[in-house]
Ligand binder design. Structure first.
Ligand SMILES: Nc1nc2c(c(=O)[nH]1)N[C@H]1C(S)=C(S)[C@@H](COP(=O)(O)OP(=O)(O)OC[C@H]3O[C@@H](n4cnc5c(N)ncnc54)[C@H](O)[C@@H]3O)O[C@H]1N2
Ligand code: MOO
Length: 474
């Protein structure tokens, strides 16, 4: 990577976002609405895409009913991204004492006021009550002394020394005045404070309980813990929160052809899914333990599944019907219920969902990397979201800028960038490619037959893509 300002860095800047996008943008092709129907073979079990998602969500609801998901207390720093398992009552009034909202003086009654010698700072013990005609220097956030009637901002007060001084010429003159801050005292006796603006009763005092009273419900059950929720919980006195725990995920990567480092060689390729899936599963609400590489070993796959105590097992590869595609035979040996066995979606149609225990499910992702992403968002997303008690994302639809060709029968998931309120399909969206999705903001859901230019289509968020999505990002 080049440091900013170097030649290469300048070249990258010169390239510009749009040109960078052109590296991955799809060439518009005529959409294929009306393409003559092809008789699908072995399609009988494949489920329509919306139904597959609903099935995964229902399965997770059944798991929650069967096993429950006991709330766990976690420290604030571990709670981000989890869901509140109970409503959040305030543990205290907020603010918990009458607080100065400004730097200035706490005053009692009408001015001018006699200024007390000591000031009041935030975090200090309570100052003694003020009497009518008295003022005391006060800082923002400090407790206002009892019987304070208002806070006068520094910039709205003028102080005057309480005694006359002798000048060099021997003439008497009043103590010099200061605007805002009190000048160093040169004479005995308290300063006098004058307001330069009208003073309204109660001004710039945040009364105790202004935001909430102890016991008030601040947030409801099921609220996603965001950075703002962490701040509110801390302000309201919490050190820990009761949350729905992250569903545990065991990730089993299948395939003898996979390398974990270096360049592809001798027919071997790099494992793209081992690095990609754990953080993605976490963004969807799950927590992946170690990634286990099983190779193409049916016995090892059987053991890994039957020994797993995870809420969700995710396998990659081996879902088709090749000589070393062991997922189906092993699930049959276990006696698992196949709830989804193929989905009418491209890429990713061999994806599957099985029930492997009373409250345990297995999502089989196809090995082709973009097909695996498709399976992740079709089956693992609704499942993990429901297990983690996260709210469903608001449905979002945007117009496509160019025609997006469709499959004759199946839904397509197409990586897109979002620009100017519309979706632009990206090139390099083949099942084995990650180049398009790596540059994408979202996935467009393209129904069978395709979408003509300007027509709205459903958009699936990518968890990291805040930029440009606006309304869709939750
Ligand atoms: N006769 C048929 N063959 C295939 C069909 C079909 O319907 N009939 N479907 C194709 C489709 S579509 C897909 S998708 C794949 C699904 O295959 P599997 O889930 O069995 O996956 P594999 O065969 O193990 O691998 C497919 C492909 O992906 C590469 N791969 C696997 N794992 C990884 C990984 N972790 N990182 C990177 N790449 C990976 C693997 O090397 C293969 O190239 O089946 C088609 N075949
Ligand atoms: O479903 Mo496969 O994903 O088309 O490659």
């Amino acid at each position: 990577m080049s440091a900013p300002g170097t030649r290469a860095g300048e070249e990258a800047d010169d390239l510009g976002a749009e040109e960078a996008l052109a590296l991955v943008q799809e060439n518009p092709r005529p959409h294929t609405r009306g393409t003559p129907a092809r008789t699908p073979d072995s399609r009988h079990r494949a489920m329509p895409w919306p139904e597959a998602r609903a099935t995964a969500e229902r399965a997770a609801r059944a798991a929650v009913r069967a096993a429950g998901r006991a709330p766990v207390p976690v420290s604030l720093d571990a709670a981000l991204g989890l869901t509140l398992a109970a409503a959040l009552p305030a543990l205290t009034d907020l603010p918990s004492f009458d607080t100065s909202a400004m730097d200035g003086w706490a005053v009692a009654g009408p001015g001018p006021w006699t200024v007390r010698e000591d000031g009041v700072l935030a975090g200090h013990t309570a100052a003694p009550p003020l009497t009518d005609g008295e003022a005391v220097r006060i800082a923002t956030g400090a407790r206002v002394p009892p019987d304070t009637t208002a806070v006068l901002r520094t910039e709205h007060g003028r102080t005057e020394h309480g005694r006359t001084d002798r000048t060099e010429q021997g003439r008497a003159e009043p103590g010099r005045t200061g605007h805002g801050a009190t000048e160093p005292r040169r004479a005995d006796g308290p300063d006098r404070l004058h307001a330069t603006r009208e003073v309204v009763h109660g001004q710039d005092i945040r009364p105790r309980g202004q935001e909430c009273r102890g016991g008030d419900q601040l947030l409801s059950i099921g609220t996603l813990v965001t950075p703002a929720v962490l701040g509110l919980a801390a302000a309201a006195g919490y050190d820990a929160l009761d949350v729905v725990p992250r569903p545990r995920v065991d990730l089993l990567v299948l395939g003898d052809e996979l390398l974990t480092s270096g360049l592809p060689r001798d027919g071997l390729i790099r494992d793209a899914l081992g690095p990609m899936l754990p953080p993605w599963l976490r963004a969807l609400g799950g927590e992946t333990g170690t990634v286990r590489r099983i190779g193409d070993d049916a016995e090892a796959l059987y053991r890994a599944i039957t020994e797993s105590a995870a809420d969700l097992i995710v396998t990659t590869g081996g879902t088709a019907a090749g000589p070393v595609d062991h997922v189906h035979p092993v699930l049959a040996r276990i006696g698992a219920d196949l709830l989804v066995d193929g989905v009418r979606v491209r890429p990713g149609h061999p994806m599957l969902l099985a029930r492997t225990g009373e409250a345990q499910y297995l999502v089989g992702l196809p090995g082709n990397p973009l097909a695996a992403v498709s399976g992740l968002l079709t089956l693992a997303e609704p499942l993990l979201r429901t297990l983690a008690a996260r709210p469903a994302p608001e449905p979002c639809a945007l117009p496509v800028r160019d025609a997006v060709p469709g499959h004759p029968y199946d839904t397509r998931l197409v990586p897109v960038v979002l620009r100017g309120g519309g979706a632009l399909p990206l090139h390099y969206n083949g099942p084995a490619m990650l180049r398009g999705i790596a540059a994408a903001d979202a996935l467009a859901v393209v129904p069978p037959g395709g979408v003509p230019p300007g027509q709205e289509t459903e958009i699936l968020d990518l968890p990291w893509a805040a930029g440009g999505i606006g309304v869709c990002f939750t």
